[in-house]
Design a protein around this ligand. Structure first.
Ligand code: MSP
Length: 510
């Protein structure tokens, strides 16, 4: 990954959906990347809401509101979701904002001029729910082939604008072959490669039957997916070649769920090339969160409410769980029992107790003041490359691998306490040995504050302030994670409570 300014995006969320744990998952992952890259330099993190389309118009009508008033009323809960999960975005774009809508029309005009958008006749089957045209051969029993949908489709016949996607097929094929890491994980890459190889049709990009969308000059509205995809550049002020655009495009990482890979890795690069712009460096299609192995759905009543789980566990525990539980490209199942195990084990016993015990011993034996170590560290030399390892894994979106590497340091510090028994050293008045173990523990914990900061910002801050430091851990790991940087004489201020108080299962009372 290059050293220039870093740009990461999430998909923009369908505003009328209910925020659930899957949405929080996408945003948390992007937040971890952004927080990590901010330690190294400039980073820009974009998220937002996808607000046009038939479904929103219908929901607004059902609620007796205009679509505009309806979406204005809904956007708050998507911002609340970010706030609840400590997701610190740099910009939140709504597709109903003038800054976005104007630029979408400008894209349309530009591509009409170049011939990449042309007028043609469309006849075919249309699924209102998915807002997608389907070939007859793709329908299943005459219904929408999307396994999540399977609703009736309508026959539409109209003059429409088309995007010349087929023209970009060879370039896409070459691009995929030359950039095997453009789309991760490999499964998604292979799937898209096969789709491109099979051939691509031009894409119908205007709608005459949908009013709630960006109006096109001459009538009709623009296909909601084209509208939505463009958010990634309109937020940067593409049209005026703004400072943000010059600094941050192409995006370094675009995080998406696996079901929207076709839009992001076939249609999107082709649109960008048509505009003379480069494709993003990496699109990562993460896995799906299920509940007991089943897809979350309203009808099954198994949708995990992200606000409720935060209420029980706090943001950091859920952030940790989401990224520790499975490789980022894989599906995994969400369950409170599993969260509790991680909470009480990895977080409470391993990390929380380590901090608590270490600072308590420092208070008891050295009045809470970090001693100078006159003996050489036994732990430091084992971890000299840890910052590089964790950084490289985060940059690869191997969040689980990054956390595992961090927990090797947690484990080593816990083992140190058990093996070197500071209480015995104190009893035997082995001052130098006790100074060393106390210094190693404090220095290791300072390192941990830096390393966990992208994942668990509140906990990192909680550790930081116990060292009497201002704000939160910051700075490039290559200069901060140098064993011995913690100044002897630092006065610690141990917190009253535990970082991760134990959470037991609530026992249902019959
Ligand atoms: N609006 C489109 C994206 C347009 S981007 C130009 C959309 N919105 S969505 O609200 O349906 O989904 C947004 C993201 O949430 C997707 O990346 C999707 O994969 C993710 N998730 C939705 N449900 C999910 C799970 N159950 N598990 C994990 N993530 C999933 O698609």
């Amino acid at each position: 990954m290059s050293d220039r300014a870093f740009y990461v995006t999430t998909p923009i969320y369908y505003i009328s959906g209910n925020p659930h744990i899957g949405h929080a998952f996408t945003s948390v992952a992007a937040d971890v990347l952004a927080r990590y890259h901010r330690t190294k330099g400039r980073a820009f993190f974009l998220t937002g809401t996808d607000e046009h389309g038939q479904k929103v118009a219908q929901a607004a009508e059902a609620a007796g509101q205009t679509p505009k008033a309806f979406t204005d009323g809904l956007v708050g809960r998507w911002k609340d979701l970010c706030a609840a999960f400590d997701v610190r975005y740099d910009d939140f774009i709504r597709t109903t904002e003038p800054r976005h809508m104007e630029q979408v029309v400008a894209v349309f005009e530009r591509l009409k001029e170049t011939g990449d958008i042309y007028l043609g006749k469309y006849e075919g089957w249309y699924c209102t729910n998915d807002e997608t045209f389907w070939l007859e051969s793709k329908l299943i029993d005459g219904r929408c082939p999307n396994p999540e949908c399977r609703r009736d489709v309508q026959w539409l016949s109209e003059e429409n604008w088309f995007f010349a996607l087929s023209k970009y097929r060879d370039r896409l094929l070459a691009y995929f072959r030359e950039h095997p890491r453009f789309l991760r994980p490999e499964r998604a890459y292979n799937e898209m490669l096969v789709t491109i190889e099979a051939g691509l049709d031009d894409l119908c990009i205007s709608r005459t039957n949908i009013d709630w969308g960006i109006a096109l000059p001459g009538g009709g509205t623009i296909y909601v997916w084209v509208d939505a995809l463009l958010n990634y550049i309109t937020a940067l002020d593409w049209q005026h070649d703004g400072e943000r655009f010059k600094t941050f495009w192409p995006a370094n990482v675009q995080i998406i769920g696996k079901e929207i890979a076709r839009f992001h890795t076939i249609i999107w690069p082709a649109m960008l090339w048509a505009l003379g712009l480069p494709a993003p460096e990496l699109v990562f299609a993460h896995g799906w969160i299920t509940v007991e192995g089943e897809k979350m759905s309203k009808s099954k009543g198994n949708v995990v409410d992200p606000f409720a789980v935060i209420e029980t566990f706090g943001a950091d525990t859920i952030r940790y769980f989401l990224l520790r539980e499975a490789p980022f490209g894989s599906d995994f199942s969400f369950g409170e029992e599993k969260v509790r195990l991680r909470r009480n084990g990895d977080l409470g016993n391993d990390l929380g107790n380590l901090v608590k015990r270490s600072l308590a011993m420092l208070t008891k034996y050295r009045d809470g003041i970090v001693p100078a170590a006159s003996l050489p560290s036994t732990i430091g030399p084992r971890f000299t490359t840890l910052g590089d390892t964790v950084g490289a894994r985060i940059a690869e979106l191997d969040f689980r691998g990054a956390l595992e590497a961090i927990w090797e340091l947690v484990a080593a510090l816990n083992v140190t306490i058990e093996e070197r028994k500071p209480w015995d050293l104190h009893k035997r008045d082995e001052r130098d040995a006790l100074d060393l173990v106390l210094y190693d523990l404090c220095e290791g914990i300072r390192w941990l504050a830096h390393l966990i900061a992208p994942f668990m910002p509140t906990t990192a801050r909680g550790i930081w302030t116990q060292f009497g430091f201002e704000g939160e851990p910051h700075g490039d790991w290559s200069t901060e994670l140098v064993w011995g940087k913690l100044a002897a004489g630092t006065q610690t201020v141990p917190a009253e409570g535990a970082l991760f108080p134990r959470i037991d299962a609530t026992v249902a009372i019959a």
